[in-house]
Design a protein around this ligand. Structure first.
Ligand code: HEC
Length: 165
């Protein structure tokens, strides 16, 4: 094979690979619609499923060691019911905490460590700044989300909504 043919094959492989990756990303979003604010019952649900603001733009976030997964929305890691669980990642399984409102706002335990009841402000700080109330750093791959107050409140409202299901 001449080097030109090799190059063409190389490019073809990259294209096929990208299509495959796109399919994986779409499937990875739990079948939820990727865009279209109108398809969600609340702004909080839209953020939870897509990570998009009300104009369809990704809410800025700092991805810390999550690689591609960090680019996804809350649902991809915390699950449709917010209960978290074990998530398979490239570097092994990680434990994702239960973030239902009732779980966060009552004394709970995470990996055997006792945690106090969180306030709404604590939840917002965890999402935005990546700190727990006791100052402990929330580890990767949980991103830090540069949300407005309204967006943070919308997400909290959605976590509350899930409690009632
Ligand atoms: C790439 C995966 C990933 C995404 C996306 C993600 N999280 Fe997390 N989140 C985690 C992991 C892992 C932890 C636990 C980290 C630790 O144990 O220090 C966590 C922790 C949290 C916590 C702290 C809970 C606790 O008990 O420590 C909250 C609150 C939270 N996430 C909310 C959200 C919200 C809201 C979104 C979407 C806006 C989101 N997360 C998106 C993986 C993710």
């Amino acid at each position: 094979m001449g080097s030109r043919t090799t190059l063409v094959w190389g490019i073809a492989l990259v294209i096929v690979g990208s299509i495959g990756l796109g399919a994986v990303l779409v499937l990875g979003s739990s079948g939820a619609p990727l865009t279209g604010a109108g398809t969600f019952t609340s702004p909080g649900q839209r953020i939870y499923y897509t990570g998009l603001d009300d104009e369809g733009r990704p809410i800025p976030r700092t991805v810390r060691g999550g690689g591609m997964m960090g680019g996804s929305a809350c649902v991809d890691c915390h699950g449709e019911d917010c209960r978290g669980g074990s998530l398979g990642m490239m570097f092994g399984a990680i434990e994702v905490p239960d973030i239902r409102y009732s779980a966060l706002t009552s004394p709970h335990s995470e990996g055997g460590t006792a945690k106090p009841a969180w306030s709404d402000r604590d939840i917002t700080r965890a999402i935005r700044e990546g700190f727990e109330p006791d100052g402990q750093r929330i580890k990767a791959p949980m991103p830090r989300w540069d949300m407005t107050d309204t967006e943070a409140n919308d997400v909290i409202a959605y976590l509350k909504e899930l409690d009632t299901r």
